[in-house]
Structures are given as structure tokens and as C-alpha cells.
Design a protein around this ligand. Structure first.
Ligand code: SPQ
Length: 429
């Protein structure tokens, strides 16, 4: 349990958020199956990415991690070894699904297990197409939930139409496709984050992107390289919102990833009227990054849905808090994917913000928030439910809440942002 800072009068200063979680996972995984050495700078040493390192070490890959510097000695596409132990993915959906895509092409046996939250997240969305390609996968409820067991082998390419816009589904199939005979394509209903496509190209693979369809031809080798991980925009989002809603604030976030498939939060802040500027954009050809400054703003409610949703799916908890401080109604729709994250994020966001007096209701595929509301707590306890993004959203909510507030299960935040509370403390004036 942690007592949260409430009624903060100002947030000011500049911070550098840790490396992007999605890119850190992929850099280790792609490095492991590449030929030669991969060096990673600004790696996120959060629990999820450490789970990825642990799994690949158990698959025989030599990985040296020294804080945010990582060196991976690649084994090549066919060099992974049958693990002697169960692969523990911890709390990480990305580790589970992308690892399954890689293991689908390996002719040995492996078992995957994770924590209580992972055990509730649907894996059929990747195990079914991987089975269609030729992998043998079994597990709880016919391979839909962990624990899972997989024996990969010779794979056939597929043309897969994903029913959901999910980068994890797309990436798992493309990673299997890299090991299959023929050309594998994945088509999504809306574009999900494209870090896999960009990173495969960085490792020397040929990837064809045609609108919502991505294709790779199998049996291409990857070559080890250097990966510079930008700051995680999903972590920055908590301070972008904090800067907009806490009085007398001005926060600069340095070297934040600005990949257009991830910047929905910036579009939303701008549409709601936030005072936000972006400077020093670099690295535009691979993973763009820049410095973002946000100041306390007058906000208005908006409607958020459609193709914007995959561009901000992980930011919806903090956007819900933002909407409580906007005049008028904010409607978030087309976001039923929130139900299958670390928690059901529609339920956990609505229940915890309601405790603080927010006017918020759950809908089938999102939520409706009416603002502007003064948040209040009278020595209340809110809960992260073991979900890092819910925990951080509540710590930011506390900054604009009157009264005493305690957070249950704050340790969940270490999954993606171990230095979150230190950074918050640094900004409080
Ligand atoms: O890795 P995990 O646990 O799935 O983490 C989350 C998060 O909030 O950090 C989702 F709960 O991020 C996913 C994201 O929602 C990371 C991700 C990726 O790196 O490919 C893609 C998104 O998931 P999905 O299911 O839409 O592909």
C-alpha cells in the first residue's frame, strides 16, 4: 500500500521517461533470432521486458543486461535451444504472444506460464492462426489460456485476416511467417502499432506494407544491429495528462517516441484544447522521437473511437481521468479490447474513478465521462488491481484530489515504469 500525494499545487520541470516497452521487447527477441550481436540502448528494465530476457536466456541465448544497456548474442533463426525449464512470461502479454510466434517455427517443445492476470488473457487469437500454419499448441481451454505447451515445426505461410487491430497478433504471425515456406500476410481492421515492421527492416528483412496488409516472405535471415529505444509515449502520457490538469504546471518530456501509430494521445490532448508543443524531432526514418511540453489547460469533452483507438489503446485509463477535468461529455467507444488487458480496464477505470466522485459510466465498448468534476477522497483506498496503468492513472488522479488517498498494490507499476514515483516526486513543486 502507498499513501499518494494529493492536492498538488504545481508540477514543473523536465524528465526523461524510460525506454519504450514494445520496442524493448522486440529488440531482445529480434536480437535473439538474428545472426550476430545486437546492442540495445535505453532498454526498459521494467518487469515485463525482464521477463522477455529471462525467457530467451532459457532458450539458450546469451544476454547481458546492465541497467538500460543490453547486449544480445544472436543465435540465428534456427539456433534457439529446447528449454529445460518452464518459460515464465510474468505479467506480459507481449512476451507471451510474440514468443509463441517465434516458438511456432522451432521444432522443440516448450511450456509457457504467467501470472494470474496472464492466465485470464485470450491466447486463442494467436494460437489458432499459428496452429493453422502447422504449430502444435495445447493448453487450458484448448490452447486459449496459459499454461500453454508448444511444439513448433515446419510452417506453411498464411493470409490471415485478423478480427482485431492487435500488434501482438500481427507480430506473432509475422514472426512465424519469417520461418515459414512462402509469403505470409496479415490484414487488420485498423492499423495497430508498427514497431515489428519497422524493426524487421532495421534487422535487414524485407517487409511489404500495403495499406492494412503486412507481408513477409519466409526463410529470411536477420542481422544483429544497434537499437536506440525512444522514451515510451505510453509512460509519458501520465505526465502529459498530469501537466494539463494540475494547476500552474509546465512539464517537458524529453526524447519521447513519436511513432504515428502511437501518438493518439497527442491528437486527443490537442482536440481537447491542451496547450502542448513538440520540438527537436529526430530519427524520423526508423522510430521518431522528440521533446513534448505541456502546460495547464482549459479542456473540452470529445468523442474518441474508430481507427484512433489502436493508436491510444493503452492511454485510455489516463484519458478517462483527463475527461473528468474537461467541460462537457467525452465518449470513448469501439474500445472493447480494454476488457482483455492486464485487467478489464473499462471496469477498473470506472470503479476507481467513481470512488473519487467522477461522473463516469461503463458502456459495452468504452465509457462516458461528464466533466468537469472536482475529485474528492476522505481517507479512501483505491486499487491498481495489479494493473500498472491503473496504478499510475490513480497516482495522477491523486494530484488533483482533495483529501487523503491510499493506493493498494502500487508495486504493479514496476511492470512498465519502475521510476514513476521518483519522477512524480521530482516534478511536484
Ligand atoms: O504486453 P501487454 O501486457 O499486453 O501490455 C499492454 C500495456 O498496457 O502495456 C496491454 F495491456 O500493451 C500492449 C498493447 O495494448 C503492448 C503491445 C505490443 O507491444 O505489441 C500491443 C498492444 O496490445 P494488442 O493486444 O493491441 O496487440
Amino acid at each position: 500500500m502507498k499513501r499518494l500525494r494529493t492536492n498538488v499545487s504545481s508540477l514543473r520541470g523536465s524528465i526523461e521517461v524510460p525506454g519504450d516497452k514494445s520496442i524493448s521487447h522486440r529488440a531482445v527477441m529480434f536480437g535473439a533470432i538474428a545472426n550476430g550481436t545486437t546492442t540495445i540502448a535505453n532498454f526498459l528494465a521494467g518487469e515485463d521486458c525482464l521477463s522477455t530476457i529471462d525467457c530467451f536466456r532459457k532458450l539458450g541465448v546469451s544476454i547481458t543486461q546492465n541497467g538500460s544497456e543490453v547486449v544480445v548474442k544472436g543465435k540465428g533463426m534456427e539456433g534457439l535451444q529446447e528449454p529445460m525449464e518452464i518459460l515464465n512470461v510474468g505479467n506480459s502479454g507481449t512476451t507471451t504472444r510474440l514468443l509463441l510466434g517465434i516458438l511456432a517455427g522451432c521444432s522443440f517443445h516448450a511450456c509457457l506460464i504467467g501470472d494470474e492476470s496472464i492466465a485470464k488473457r485470450p491466447m486463442g487469437r494467436v494460437t489458432k492462426p499459428l496452429q493453422q500454419m502447422g504449430a502444435k499448441i495445447d493448453g487450458r481451454e484448448h490452447g486459449n489460456y496459459t499454461p500453454l505447451s508448444i511444439r513448433g515445426g515446419s510452417l506453411q505461410a498464411i493470409d490471415y485476416r485478423s478480427p482485431v487491430a492487435s500488434a501482438q497478433v500481427k507480430s506473432a504471425i509475422l514472426l512465424a511467417g519469417m520461418q515459414a515456406d512462402g509469403t505470409t500476410s496479415v490484414t487488420e481492421p485498423h492499423k495497430s502499432r508498427d514497431h515489428t515492421e519497422r524493426m524487421l527492416k532495421l534487422f535487414g528483412a524485407e517487409v511489404v506494407v500495403d495499406g492494412l496488409t503486412v507481408s513477409v516472405t519466409g526463410k529470411q535471415a536477420l542481422t544483429g544491429t544497434h537499437v536506440d529505444v525512444p522514451g515510451d509515449i505510453s509512460s509519458a502520457a501520465f505526465f502529459l495528462v498530469a501537466g494539463a490538469i494540475v494547476p500552474n504546471s509546465e512539464i517537458t518530456l524529453k526524447n519521447v517516441g513519436l511513432n504515428p501509430t502511437r501518438t493518439g494521445i497527442i491528437d486527443v490532448l490537442k482536440q481537447m484544447g491542451a496547450d502542448i508543443t513538440i520540438e527537436n524531432i529526430q530519427n524520423e526514418e526508423s522510430e521518431p522521437m522528440g521533446d513534448i511540453t505541456v502546460r495547464t489547460s482549459e479542456l473540452n469533452g470529445i468523442e474518441i473511437g474508430g481507427e484512433l483507438i489502436p493508436r491510444l489503446i493503452d492511454e485510455i485509463p489516463i484519458i478517462a481521468l483527463l475527461a473528468t477535468q474537461a467541460e462537457g461529455t467525452t465518449v470513448i467507444k469501439d474500445a472493447s479490447e480494454l476488457k482483455v488487458k492486464e485487467t478489464n480496464r473499462i471496469d477498473t477505470v470506472v470503479s476507481e474513478l467513481k470512488k473519487l466522485g467522477a461522473d463516469i459510466e461503463a458502456t459495452e465498448d468504452g465509457m462516458i465521462i461528464r466533466g468537469k468534476t472536482k475529485l474528492k477522497a476522505n481517507n479512501l483506498m483505491v486499487d491498481s488491481y495489479g494493473d500498472h496503468r491503473i496504478g499510475m492513472m490513480l497516482a495522477v488522479a491523486a494530484c488533483i484530489t482533495e483529501g487523503g488517498l491510499t493506493l493498494n498494490r502500487p508495486e504493479a507499476i514496476a511492470v512498465s515504469y519502475p521510476s514513476f514515483f521518483a519522477h512524480l516526486q521530482q516534478l511536484i513543486k
